[in-house]
Design a protein around this ligand. Sequence first.
Ligand SMILES: Nc1nc2c(c(=O)[nH]1)N[C@H]1C(S)=C(S)[C@@H](COP(=O)(O)OP(=O)(O)OC[C@H]3O[C@@H](n4cnc5c(=O)[nH]c(N)nc54)[C@H](O)[C@@H]3O)O[C@H]1N2
Ligand SMILES: Nc1nc2c(c(=O)[nH]1)N[C@H]1C(S)=C(S)[C@@H](COP(=O)(O)OP(=O)(O)OC[C@H]3O[C@@H](n4cnc5c(=O)[nH]c(N)nc54)[C@H](O)[C@@H]3O)O[C@H]1N2
Ligand code: SF4
Ligand SMILES: [Mo]
Length: 716
Amino acid sequence: MSNVIEKKTFCGICESSCGLIATVEANEVVDLRPDPDHPATRGFACSKGVQFHHVVADPDRVLYPMRRLPDGRFERSTWQSAFDDIGNRLRAIQRTHGNSSIGVLWGNPIAWNYASSIATMGFAAALETKHHYSSASIDVNNYWAAAHIMYGATGVNPLPDFAATDFALIIGANPVVSHGSLVTTGHIREVLLDIPARGGRVVVVDPRRTETAKLFEHTPIRPGADPWLLGAMLRVMFKENLIDWSTVAVQTRGIATLRDLTLHFDLDRAALETGIAAEKITEIARAMATAPRACAYGRCGTSLGQYSTLTKFLLDTLSVVTGNFDTRGGMVFGDPMVDIEGFAELIGVSGRGRWRTRVDGLPEINGQVPLATIATEIMTPGQGQLRALITTSSNFVTSGPGSAESAAALESLDLMVSLDPYITETSKHAHWVLPPALWLEREQMPCFTQAQSTVPNAQWVAPVVPARGEARDDWWIVDQIARQIGIVPSPVPGAQLLGRLGIRFTPAFAVDLLTRIGPYGDLFGLRRGGINRGKLMAHQGAIALRDSCPTGVLRKKIHTHDKRIHLDSAEMLAETRRLVAAQQTNTEFPLRLFSIREFRSHNSWLHNVPKLMAGQRRCRAMINPTDAETAGVHDRDEVAISSPWGRIVVPIEVNEEVSPGSVGLTQGWGHSGGWSIATAAGGASYNDLTPVDPDLIDRPSGNAYFNGIPVAVAAQ
Ligand SMILES: Nc1nc2c(c(=O)[nH]1)N[C@H]1C(S)=C(S)[C@@H](COP(=O)(O)OP(=O)(O)OC[C@H]3O[C@@H](n4cnc5c(=O)[nH]c(N)nc54)[C@H](O)[C@@H]3O)O[C@H]1N2
Ligand SMILES: Nc1nc2c(c(=O)[nH]1)N[C@H]1C(S)=C(S)[C@@H](COP(=O)(O)OP(=O)(O)OC[C@H]3O[C@@H](n4cnc5c(=O)[nH]c(N)nc54)[C@H](O)[C@@H]3O)O[C@H]1N2
Ligand code: SF4
Ligand SMILES: [Mo]
């Protein structure tokens, strides 16, 4: 037993970033358990995190560079052959079509991979290509666009202070299952349960009586109708003079224009659109405005609809006008060890609408463009047509809009390289699949989630075990490809010049520099007790930086020129007018589809881990008994679900948890490729039903449209 050791790390699967203790025996992780001493997650971890060593050891995992053969099978190759071939092809594409025909695409797991985020962003920046896609546009772009409008910078992310609030409005989020997104609060279920326990209220607005809704007050809503509810609540607040005028006078600009905007939200129409009675809307508005401390939080249910930037704008505005902004128990700001948001602003990464996409003319956001445009960009000839694509940790064929369009478009690329531990629905189209080290096998720092933790803390860990096979760090792979075409994959201005002089900084070096000069940094020895990468890596576990987020910091945290929150947005008024003018009924597709996220899945992966798939887990839809009867379908039937953009066949569960008029569907299924257990589970992709039409996605942000899709259900 002498060679058994324990190492502290954190989970790199979801935004909770839970502290873990790994038991390592002969360079293999044999057990993972929650770290009770982690200041933020305090001994919490879910079943996915503690099973991750089974992903590391998965027999289906890609451990060597794999080359695709003409018949679609893959054969093992070597790094040398991979880089030679990729380099040759990229140089040929560069010569014939220019840098603007090469693109990068990165998916959700990169959020725990700070080095790879920098390298991938840097790769796109060095090429000055417009083809920079990421999962942000199927997830959070609406947050960024609303922040840009209200706070002057895309990265400003106010956090609900659940631990100290008296009233929490949770709309379109299921934190009991998701463990929180864009806010990291350890033991989030218990933190929320504590609100009613101390006399407060939690109101959950969701088309399904979810695991979260069951614990609190549930208000069902029609999918896609959120801006109607939030706009109507604001209207009530103005009408009944429930506004905190003195705070608004200090913190904001444009309250009169906002009041005029809310006049578009007629209460009776809002009741019709949402399915929530006008009296109930009024009651929630009054309760929020009169609670001593209140916060309003919405996530994927409100981020992946057709008007998601407007929705987020209205959502934050509720906290602002009730005087619950930058205050304990309201919305607060994170206090990270590395100010990523400030840095992105400094080097010009953050921003919106500085240029537009080639074919659809959609605005960029943070230098990236919507995934909904990628199939069109591949298929439309002309200068700048996308011909070579490098994807890192993305399964966007399944997770992005228009699964069928994406899959077909990928087949016509001149070069596709996929960095992925599996042959997936996406990577199976690649000419090369390259094996990445997984998070237990690489150096980690929770670059993005540290900024959203309600208990600011610092952690930086060395690899727990060496990478298996020939897997290598994602950033190293991207850097090697960059070397083939003579670029330095760094978003920092001047990096190309230094590169030509032979100077290349590693991502670790760059982020350490930011840490050292950051608010908690050691300032190269000038600040006693300050932190740096070396110190953190030598420390087992995370270090608490503060007990909670600071308040009274608004002027420091926002970027508008007058340091006020801007409530007068012509763009949001235009969106409101568009919403009001929209015809919301569709007789051919009378029901509205919404996504279901499951406890033992993570988006489209982790379906290859036997323990997580125990109990015959399958893709399924859910429908209310009334709608089932109308459609003539029964519990467990295989049914056809059709939308204007596709048709799938899946088993259905008749369940009164789902509110009438809506249909829930698990997202992230319908697998193919080399992950045998996932593929054997069958099912269909939710996103076969979603559109890539640029006119249908959220206009200000380019965020995809997944929730509120008009559908019909029929017996098979
Ligand atoms: N209908 C519908 N669609 C949705 C959603 C929804 O609610 N409804 N949710 C959306 C959301 S919120 C998100 S974030 C997206 C996510 O969509 P994606 O960003 O595509 O993420 P995943 O589907 O989780 O796929 C992640 C891929 O990364 C690979 N991977 C895992 N770890 C690593 C690693 O360390 N390195 C590398 N190179 N690869 C790795 C996995 O094998 C997998 O292929 O899906 C979105 N899609
Ligand atoms: N177990 C698990 N945890 C995860 C993930 C996972 O796949 N599995 N994924 C991670 C990722 S990438 C993210 S972004 C987060 C997401 O975190 P959350 O947003 O908290 O998770 P979701 O389950 O997508 O919650 C969205 C809720 O909105 C509801 N909804 C759908 N459409 C509408 C609508 O139109 N209006 C309203 N009001 N509600 C609607 C759904 O019923 C659902 O309950 O979760 C993260 N954590
Ligand atoms: S909640 Fe998320 S971060 Fe925590 S163990 Fe589960 S998957 Fe990992
Ligand atoms: Mo996400």
